[in-house]
Design a protein around this ligand. Structure first.
Ligand code: NAP
Length: 311
């Protein structure tokens, strides 16, 4: 195994210091991965919160200033902001530096950032499959990436040594790392993350709009299933708007499949086809079991609802 110096980088710049950016800062501190962590956010209030929390060595209201001299730059803002950020930081990127991101979509990031990357800077997009429904710098914690996958999507011709360095970085942040094509990433994430979020936003919206059942009743009698959806539907509106706008093709493709399967279920209910329902529910239960077996969730009952005695 190659020995890696501590700290791994002299300077890391985080462009965006919300849930993911601040968690990355804490994870870097835990493993001593950066001698200097620079953070950027557009709002003064966020910078002040970050200062009080103490995860960054310097804080900036100008992204170009934050990335100056950095060996690793990580874009950790909503993906819709990348197209505006890339030309601002590009002139200040150090030759030999790695430029990466944590955006939840990858083809659009390569489309928006790729053309601005100067010669000699290694652009290697990444997506940690880790998160919570919380946002902002106070939401971050060092363990967020532990045991979670981080997917790297290096564009064609990316420097293998730089890919290896980024891989090591994420592993030292606690992640397991996979490398795949950006288009494939977007398709996989459309079904595992983006469409489920859309379903949650939709069902909570439908319940909120019901005229014959009051909102008070929806809240009071919310069964476990609905409550789980409300947790997902509480996710950051800006981040999720940007995800749907930037992974349009893959989400529409998966929604098409979803609608066909939903129609089949509708038919099974209409015609009283209990076998069809039972068979599907048995298959889906096995998927849940494989997720728990793979260590990506716990089998604890009543997940996230353990605090109230009456439930
Ligand atoms: P977040 O907690 O809302 O933080 C976003 C950060 O970006 C804040 O520091 C914010 O600064 C800054 N920002 C917002 N708008 C900006 C703009 N127009 N230009 C520059 N900076 C801007 O979001 P997050 O959950 O950390 O998500 C960040 C990225 O990680 C997104 O690309 C998301 O797709 C990806 N991601 C999220 C999750 C998740 O579960 N949350 C998981 C994996 C990947 P201000 O506070 O000053 O506005």
């Amino acid at each position: 195994m190659t020995a890696h110096p501590n700290p791994m980088f002299a300077k890391v710049a985080l462009i965006g210091i919300g849930l993911i950016g601040s968690s990355l800062a804490w994870a870097m501190r835990r493993a001593d991965l950066a001698a200097h962590i620079a953070g950027y956010a557009p709002h003064r209030e966020t910078l002040e919160k970050a200062k009080a929390l103490g995860f960054a060595d310097s804080l900036h209201d100008d992204p170009a200033q934050a990335v100056r001299n950095a060996d690793l730059v990580v874009l950790a803002a909503p993906v819709g902001a990348f197209a505006g950020l890339a030309p601002k930081i590009a002139p200040q990127l150090k030759p030999g530096a790695i430029l990466s991101d944590v955006g939840s979509v990858k083809t659009a990031v390569i489309r928006d950032v790729g053309p601005h990357v100067p010669q000699g800077v290694h652009f290697i997009p990444a997506h940690p499959i880790a998160g919570t429904e919380q946002s902002g710098p106070e939401a971050g914690f060092a363990e967020l990436f532990d045991g979670r996958w981080c997917i790297l999507t290096p564009p064609e011709g990316a420097d293998p040594a730089a890919v290896e360095t980024l891989k090591t970085f994420w592993m030292r942040c606690g992640s397991e790392v996979d490398v795949m094509d950006a288009g494939h990433h977007d398709l996989v994430l459309a079904i595992t993350s983006h469409v489920p979020h859309l379903i949650a936003y939709n069902i909570v919206g439908t319940a909120a709009d019901l005229e014959t059942v009051t909102q008070g009743e929806v809240i009071k009698y919310s069964a476990g299933g609905f409550r789980d959806f409300t947790r997902i539907a509480a996710s950051d509106p800006t981040m999720w708007r940007d995800i749907f706008l930037n992974n349009r093709e893959a989400v529409l493709e998966m929604l098409g499949r979803f609608n066909e399967d939903l129609t089949a279920l509708q038919r099974a209910i209409r015609w009283g086809d209990g076998d069809a329902l039972f068979n599907l529910f048995t298959r889906t239960r096995a998927i849940r079991r494989s997720i728990v077996d793979a260590g990506q969730d716990t089998a604890a009952p009543n997940f996230g609802r353990g605090k109230k005695k009456s439930q």
